[in-house]
Design a binder for this molecule. Sequence first.
Ligand code: NAD
Length: 267
Amino acid sequence: MTQIAFIGGGNMATSIIGGLIREGAVSPDLIHVSDPGAEQRERLTRDFGIVTHESNLDAISSATVVILAVKPQMMKAVLEPLQATLNTRQPLLISVAAGISLPTLKEWSGCTAVVRAMPNTPALTGFGATGLFASEEVSLDQRNLTDTLLGATGLAMWVQTEAEIDAVTALSGSGPAYYFLLMESMIDAGIKLGLSEETARRLTLQTALGAGKMASSSDVAPDELRRRVTSPGGTTEQAIATFEGAHLRDIVKAAMDAAARRAAELS
Ligand code: NAD
C-alpha cells in the first residue's frame, strides 16, 4: 500500500488531504503528516483521522510518496536533515512550493523522481487548478499517483517543460487574485450606480459563480458565450466596447507577463 507523507500540515496540505479523504482516494491511516505546530497536528488528527508526527524523519520513514508543503524559504533547512533517508529510500517527491526548481529540489533532497506542482488557493474548496511538471525519472505509475493526489483538489494538468510552470504560475497560480480584483471593481461600480453594498456584493459573486459554471460546463468557448450575451445595440455591447477601448486584453497580457517574469526570477 502507498503510504504518503506530508512535510508541513498547513493550508495547502490540508486542502490536498481534505480532498483525498472526501473522495476516499487514500485510507486515513496511510496519510502521515509532520508539522512542528501541536495545534496543527491536533486539528489534522481530529478532522481527518490521519497520523501526525512532530518529527519529519518519522513521517517519511515508510513513505513511498513525500509531499513537501512547507514555505519555500524553509525548504533547504527542512530537506537537509532528511537527505540521507530520502536518498536511500528514493520515494516520489512532490513539491508544492512556489519558485523552487526541479534541479534544486533534486540537489537538496537526493531524490531523482521529483514532481513540481503549482496549485492555487481555490484548492481549499476542491475547485483548485494545478500545473504539474515531472523529472524524467518519474514513472507512469508515479504520474498516475500524482494525478490522484493533486486531482483531489480540483483540476491537475501536466506541462511539457519546467519553464511552463512560470506560465502556470502567472495564469492559474496568481489568477484567482485577478478575478477577485474584477469582483472588487464591479462591487464598487455597482455601489456608485446606486446599489447597496450587500446587493452589489451578492450580485457580483453570484454572477462570477454563474459565469464560471456556464463556461466550465459548456463545450462553447468563452468568446462565443460572450457574443451570445452581447446583442447588437444593447447594454452589454456598450460595456464590452468600453473594455476593448481601454485595451483590457493588452492589460491582461502585460499583467501575466509581469507575473511570469517574477516567477522565473524567483526560481
Ligand atoms: P502554511 O503556512 O499554511 O503551511 C506551512 C506549514 O509548514 C505550517 O503548518 C508550518 O507549521 C509547517 N512547518 C514550518 N516549519 C516546518 C518544518 N521545519 N517541518 C515541517 N513543517 C513545518 O503554508 P501553505 O499556504 O500551506 O503553503 C505551503 C506551500 O504551498 C508553500 O511552499 C507555498 O508556496 C505553496 N503554495 C501554496 C498555495 C496556497 O494557495 N496556499 C498555492 C500555491 C503554492
